[in-house]
Every structure is written in structure tokens, then in C-alpha cells.
Design a protein around this ligand. Structure first.
Ligand SMILES: [Cu+2]
Length: 337
């Protein structure tokens, strides 16, 4: 039976057509963020020198494929029920070992084996059906930000081997974090159980090269403070493997702060200004700036383009956080614009 097209898919193809060189360059860096070994004794590090080695994450086979996730969106499986689009997602919590750099392996609690969890994507008005399974020995849950009934708020722990279904409407459009809400929540979140849900507006945003950056921190010693920080789970991955973009191309950045233990962070983009769409709740920019402050779980859409080719930094302006892994580069390639 013929079904209406999934509006999420044409958007992605358009984006790919706009920046084929980006996709080609990006393909070189794809690998798994994760080392698929489980059940070891836990994180290991050089206790005397938790700082990063000179070239962390430069071997994709060692978990250096942190570019994975940057431009990945999970639109789920679409079903039609009573004429309405229902988007189903399967999310599983488990313990996963992350190779943060050559010296540090971290025993993370992850969604679908990755930190952050998959970026879920839906259209405003969709019904979302999220099947959550907990394969971890510790109880977890998934709490979504946004509007939904209390029974779907995800604050009840799901025990080992258990599962539940979170079902609610994707409204309004905007950006909504999701994360485990089992106490102590700070620990459950900082160990990796978080991700982002994007709800697209009924009238699509204009074409852009879209990407996701989630800021996170790692408390390696269980001391209530972060030793390492990362964009998209892997410290310094975009410092060492710059994100390739095209000159003059509009970039749409879905940015989320999930750094526990610290106060608010900023995000600063070098040699440029960006438009801010606060929480993604509008299709008109709320302000234009080059540094924005974000508390825990705050998220915004940032849009910009680079006039000149070159290499440009982005990072929180808390420089001690940037210097411990939350640092990246855009490499702007010459284009025809
Ligand atoms: Cu948890």
C-alpha cells in the first residue's frame, strides 16, 4: 500500500546533494566511536597524568572514529495507524567501554552502545513510540524533555532485563534532550546516558549542512568533577580531525550541553558570527553573536557560513574545559560561492 513519503528523508538527501565534497571528506573519518569490548573491570587510566596524550584518537580502530554521529540522524521506523504517522525507535541501555584516548578507557553507560545516544528525529505532530530496554546491571530510564503525560516522563527506573515504552506526541517543534533519570542523576548522565531529539517544524527549515554537537564531560575518578570533556563523546576528535565544510555553505548546528558537575558553559565560534534559534523553538533567529552561554541541558540551533577558506576553532570559552578535550576545528574548503 502506498504511503505518504517520510519528510525527514528528502531533507537529508537535499543536504547531501548540497555538499558532496563534505560527505566525501567525511567518509574518510567514519568508524565506530566504540570499542565493542564489554565486561572488563572498568575504566583504566594513568592516575598520575590523566591529561591527554599528544595525539589522542588518531587511530580509528582504537575508537578514534568520533566523527560518527556528527551528521547522523535516526528517523526511526515509520508506521501509519489510523491515518497518523507513528515513529518507532528502539533504544537500549548497556555498559560500553569507550576508548577516550590512547591512555584512557572509560566504562560508560550508553544508549545503543554510543555516547551520546543516537540523535532522534521526527516531524512536529508525529506520534513517537520509544521502546526502551535496559540490558545493563544497573537500573536506568529515559526521560525526555518536552510536553507529555506524567506516565511518559521516564522517571521510573527500569531494572536489568526490563523494558518499557515511552509514547507521546512530538510537539512543539524544537530540540529536546533525553537522559536517564535514575538517582543519582548526575552520575547516570555523566556516564553517558543522554542524547538529543530533534522535532522539525511543519515548514522545513532552509537547506543547510546539518550537524550535531553534544558537549559532555567525563568524571574518571568518581570524584564529582570532570577530568576530560568532549564533543560527541570523544575528547579532541574534531581538533585532530577537523569538520570539513564548504565556503559559503549554510551550516546548521544542533548544539546541546550535557556537561555535569560544572557550571554553565559557553560555545564560541572563531572568526565568525552565528544566528541563535533558542531551543530550536523558532524558525526566526533570536540573536546574533559569537559566544553563547548554555546551562546544563540547554540546547540551541546555531546557523552560520564562512566567508573565507581556512581552519577555524570552536570551543567553550572556559579554556580549561576546551584544553581538556572540548575543542574542535572547522576546515572551510574553497567553493564556488
Ligand atoms: Cu541510569
Amino acid at each position: 500500500m502506498a504511503r505518504p513519503p517520510d519528510p525527514a528523508q528528502p531533507r537529508l538527501w537535499r543536504r547531501r546533494q548540497v555538499v558532496p565534497l563534505v560527505a566525501a571528506a567525511f567518509g574518510l573519518g567514519l568508524g565506530g566511536l566504540l570499542v565493542q569490548r564489554r565486561g572488563a573491570s572498568g575504566w583504566m587510566e594513568n592516575e598520575e597524568h590523566p591529561e591527554l596524550p599528544d595525539r589522542p584518537g588518531d587511530d580509528p580502530s582504537e575508537g578514534g572514529g568520533g566523527l560518527a554521529g556528527l551528521r547522523e540522524f535516526d528517523s526511526g521506523t515509520v508506521r501509519w495507524e489510523n491515518g497518523r504517522r507513528v515513529r518507532e525507535f528502539d533504544l537500549t541501555a548497556n555498559t560500553t567501554l569507550l576508548q577516550l584516548n590512547r591512555a584512557v578507557t572509560f566504562k560508560a553507560w550508553a544508549v545503543n552502545g554510543r555516547v551520546p545516544g543516537p540523535t532522534l528525529r521526527a516531524q512536529a505532530g508525529d506520534r513517537l513510540r520509544i521502546r526502551f530496554r535496559n540490558d545493563d546491571s544497573t537500573s536506568h530510564s529515559l526521560h525526555f524533555h518536552g510536553v507529555h503525560p506524567a506516565a511518559m516522563d521516564g522517571i521510573r527506573p527500569v531494572r536489568h532485563g526490563g523494558s518499557t515504552i515511552y509514547e507521546f506526541d512530538a510537539e512543539p517543534f524544537g530540540l529536546f534532550p533525553y537522559h536517564c533519570h535514575v538517582a543519582p542523576v548526575t552520575r547516570h548522565v555523566s556516564k553517558g546516558l543522554y542524547g538529543l531529539l530533534i522535532v522539525d517544524p511543519p515548514v522545513p527549515r532552509r537547506a543547510a549542512d546539518e550537524m550535531v554537537l553534544v558537549m559532555g564531560g567525563y568524571d574518571l575518578k568518581g570524584a564529582g568533577r570532570n577530568d576530560l570533556y568532549a564533543f560527541n563523546g570523544l575528547p579532541n576528535v574534531y581538533r585532530d580531525q577537523p569538520i570539513t565544510i564548504a565556503q559559503g555553505q549554510r551550516i546548521r548546528l544542533y548544539l546541546l550541553n550535557m556537561v555535569e558537575w560544572d557550571g554553565p558553559l559557553t560555545f564560541h565560534l572563531h572568526a565568525n558570527l552565528f544566528e541563535v534559534f533558542r531551543s530550536g523553538l523558532s524558525t526566526r533567529p533570536d540573536e546574533i553573536t559569537d559566544v553563547i552561554t548554555m546551562g546544563m541541558a540547554e540546547r540551541h540551533i546555531l546557523e552560520f557560513s564562512y566567508r573565507d577558506p581556512g581552519l577555524y576553532m570552536f570551543h567553550p570559552h572556559q579554556d580549561q574545559i576546551a584544553e581538556r578535550g572540548c575543542m574542535g576545528h572547522f576546515r572551510v574548503l574553497p567553493g564556488s560561492r
